[in-house]
Design a protein. Structure first.
Length: 635
């Protein structure tokens, strides 16, 4: 039996027990056996959650790109590393082999050095899902520069805030980006943002859409000619285990984004280990994660985790609805995808459409399906299982966070029996616990509480860039000696975890704790409902009451609204109890969402509470226009 690859349920339990009893031996064995080190560590783990300070493999020296690229060259040089599927289905897909990836990453690394980028410098990457995005991430890692990818759908203000916060010296961008039928002028967004960013010395521009751009002299350079003339080999910078690898911003409870800082060795070991097990990747499989590399899912499970395992990883430039709602399934058929990893929001959007979009494609290559980012409701889970997996593919509901770097709770396919809406069991090395309101650990099952982690794992973020105090306050102060996730969870009789949503989404109605996620689940099961969001608003007697924003399916549009409202409340009463009934129901055309598809309940809460003067920055939303519509029709 190997610690690294779990193949049966008994193995999972054995490996898990070992990882808890002897964590240092467990991770050391994995690190020794499966990675290339320039120097081994002096200690496996040093930690103190009160400071908080966490060090994994301290004293070790390595370069993560040697592990993700160079070491594969001998046996997998001609294997496809990155399979690029363009926005336009008529444009040819690109198969970039490990050897070609090595060449490209080295060239770009040399270009960065030539423009003055050195170890420790910050480089902001604001690119669409084109191969240069993955290549530039790896080029930074090659020379020890710290990358900070900003999702190329954020506004110029959001981009500038991040550049200023990390003091970046360089931005990588493109002339434009394709999103279905639309073209976004990325370079002009960058130009606008850079008016407030004195730290930027140079801008490298990828040509993608042919959109006309203005090039500022001595600052802006087209990337392609520089790459062409660059030397195609670049000696990797030897990094310390705890040297920063990247900064990735995530939103917090305040307006200022938090720059989560991840370091090198632990992140590499953990993302590689979880990729292998959660997706049960085998040598010739084709793996596709539909996330954008602008989010943590793309960092860990498009770039680093898959490449560290010598996998073939797909990068898709487009959107699920272009040229029609069958695009995902067309790609699965075309490239014979074996593992498919997406978000519940995408599943719900596609499940709303005609089933023909799915059934006309051959999906028989699929072995494992994954979801991430939010709780998946039962209806979406069953649709995914029945129509995409054809009841033949385990669904891995993977729970984790930007802060955790890698998947912490998930089934191991073919080992852990799945259960709809349950992320199930912790990965080896992860020690979750549930806490009650008094700060006491809840022992025994079933249980319902706040999810904390008791022991460090290798890919936990080490700090918030430039603000260690905020890191401590946000994650290590609520419960002494524990990492607090901000999520609530249930644990069933056998110890399976179900994430019920952010604790900040819990609403206390007449003294009862109500999670928004289960209520939304209940509503979404109504046949006329496509999606919903629940928030609390102040109520004289109950303290808080519930306000529901509901999107109808096309089939529900013609129904009488007051009958529908009654039916929905009956459904909630049946599924949860009369206490969870909604006081107000507003049928809306859409919900305000972040670019990663999360509903911005903060905005809905303010509208429901009649605090419209104070909505905060809505510019980073996917669909800011929907906010005005919701306000206009407010009840
Ligand atoms: C939520 C995404 C339920 C959760 C990798 C977490 C989930 C937040 C799941 C982190 C899941 C993520 N089930 N909820 N499988 N996965 N979440 O930082 O609330 O974008 O705290 O990382 O998403 O979001 P983030």
């Amino acid at each position: 039996m190997s610690n690294y690859h779990i193949k049966r349920l008994e193995e999972y339990f054995q490996v898990y027990r070992k990882s808890v009893r002897y964590p240092e031996i467990f991770w050391e064995e994995i690190a020794e056996e499966h990675f290339v080190w320039r120097k081994k560590w002096d200690s496996v783990l040093e930690w103190d959650f009160t400071k908080p300070e966490i060090k994994w493999f301290d004293g070790a020296k390595l370069n993560i790109t040697e592990n993700c690229i160079d070491r594969h060259l001998q046996i997998r040089g001609d294997k496809t590393a990155i399979l690029f599927e363009p926005n336009d289905p008529n444009e040819e897909a690109q198969h970039i082999t490990y050897r070609e990836l090595h060449d490209q990453v080295c060239r770009m690394a040399n270009v960065l050095k030539d423009k003055g980028i050195q170890k420790g410098d910050r480089v902001v990457i604001y690119l669409p899902m084109v191969p240069e995005l993955a290549i530039s991430v790896l080029a930074c890692a090659r020379i020890g520069a710290i990358h900070s990818v900003v999702f190329a759908g954020f506004s110029s203000t959001a981009l500038a805030t991040r550049i200023v916060d990390c003091g970046a010296k360089m931005v990588l961008t493109s002339d434009g980006s394709y999103r279905g039928k639309k073209i976004l002028d990325l370079k002009s967004i960058v130009d606008e943002g850079l008016q407030e960013c004195p730290s930027i010395e140079s801008v490298l521009v990828v040509k993608r859409t042919g959109t006309p751009v203005e090039m500022v002299e001595n600052r802006d350079y087209w990337l392609a000619p520089l790459m062409e003339s660059a030397y195609s080999d670049c000696v990797p910078e030897i990094m310390e285990a705890e040297d920063p690898l990247f900064i990735l911003y995530t939103s917090g409870s305040t307006g200022k984004p938090k720059g989560m800082m991840h370091t090198t060795a632990g992140y590499m070991v953990y993302t590689a280990f979880t990729f292998k097990n959660v997706f049960q990747y085998r040598e010739d499989d084709i793996y596709w994660c539909t996330a954008d590399i602008g989010w943590i899912t793309g960092h860990s499970y498009i770039v680093y985790g898959p490449l560290a395992n010598g996998a073939t990883t797909v990068m898709f430039e487009g959107v699920p609805s272009y040229p029609d709602y069958g695009r995902f399934w067309e790609i699965v058929q075309k490239h014979k995808i074996n593992q498919f990893y997406t978000a519940p929001t995408a599943i719900r959007a596609l499940a709303k459409e005609n089933l023909d979009f799915v059934t006309k494609y051959d999906l028989s290559s699929l072995k494992v399906l994954g979801t991430v980012g939010e709780p998946i409701n039962e209806e979406a889970w069953h649709w995914y299982n029945d129509h995409v997996g054809e009841k033949n593919c385990p669904i891995v509901d993977t729970w984790w966070q930007t802060e955790t770097g890698g998947i912490l709770i998930s089934p191991v396919p073919f080992s852990t029996p799945t259960k709809p809406t349950y992320a199930t069991l912790p990965m080896p090395g992860i020690q979750p616990t549930l806490m009650d309101e008094t700060g006491t650990e809840i022992k025994g099952n079933p249980a319902d509480g706040r999810l904390c982690i008791k022991f460090p794992w290798p890919s936990i973020a080490r700090t918030i860039w430039g603000n260690h105090q905020r890191y401590k306050d946000t994650y290590f102060s609520a419960y002494e000696g524990k990492y607090f996730t901000g999520d609530g969870a249930l644990r069933d009789e056998v110890g399976y975890y179900r994430i019920t949503g952010r604790v900040d989404d819990v609403i206390i109605v007449s003294g009862h704790n109500l999670g928004t996620a289960p209520i939304e689940d209940a509503i979404n099961e109504h046949p006329a409902v496509a999606e919903s969001a629940i928030v609390g608003f102040p109520h004289d007697i109950k303290g808080n009451a519930l306000y529901g924003y509901i999107i109808l399916k096309e089939t529900g549009e013609s129904r009488d609204r007051s009958n529908l409202s009654k039916e929905i409340n009956e459904q909630i009463a049946n599924k949860i109890g009369p206490i969870a009934k909604l006081d107000k129901i507003q049928f809306v055309p859409g919900l305000p969402k972040t670019r990663s598809g999360k509903i911005m309940r903060r905005i809905l809460r303010k509208i429901a509470s009649n605090e419209m003067g104070n909505l905060g920055d809505t510019s980073t939303l996917l669909n800011p226009e929907v906010v005005d519509q919701i306000i206009e029709e407010r009840l």
